[in-house]
Design a protein around this ligand. Structure first.
Ligand code: C2G
Length: 140
């Protein structure tokens, strides 16, 4: 059984995330997602997520591509995770290209092309601007 692991925040889950998880899962037989906790997001990634960890975990666990969700609490946990969960492949989108090559003594490290046109930030910005365009100018 080939085991794959990937990491991320996965807030406002969108098709770019899904395409990453789908391709990651297709590289093996079992996909583990290390999901950034709320504390890790705020303290280390400077991200305030729309959905809480539990809500983001529930969404990921509902996907056919995801077999296990574990918490990501520290940048440095990857080596331990790979050894603890016997991972054969570590996958990230290529916005992280070469950033995790140091793991290549433990497992295969693969960077997949990111889906360029979508992001959680873009979703938030588009909704915000759409809302503004509907509001009567008098309110703005
Ligand atoms: N992703 C993608 N296409 C997008 C958006 C995201 O392929 N349009 C990929 C990212 O490259 C990443 C994964 O989906 O591999 C999760 O994205 P984020 O939730 O933004 O994760 P990130 O904040 O990059 O956290 O320790 C690693 C970090 O936890 C990664």
């Amino acid at each position: 059984m080939k085991r794959v692991i990937t990491y991320g925040t996965f807030d406002l889950l969108h098709y770019g995330h899904i395409k990453l998880l789908q391709r990651a899962r297709q590289l093996g037989d079992y996909l583990i997602v290390a999901l950034s906790t709320d504390k890790f997001n705020t303290e280390e990634k400077n991200k305030i997520t729309y959905f809480s960890y539990d809500e983001r975990k529930l969404l990921l666990e509902s996907l056919r591509y995801v077999d296990l969700v574990i918490p990501e609490e520290r940048w440095e946990q990857k080596r331990d995770d790979i050894q603890l969960y016997l991972c054969d492949i570590f996958v990230m989108g290529d916005d992280w290209l070469n950033r995790f090559d140091f793991l290549s003594d433990l497992c295969e490290v693969i960077y997949l092309p990111r889906t360029p046109e979508i992001s959680t930030t873009k979703i938030k910005e588009d909704i915000k601007s759409a809302t503004h365009s509907f509001l009567p100018q008098a309110i703005l």
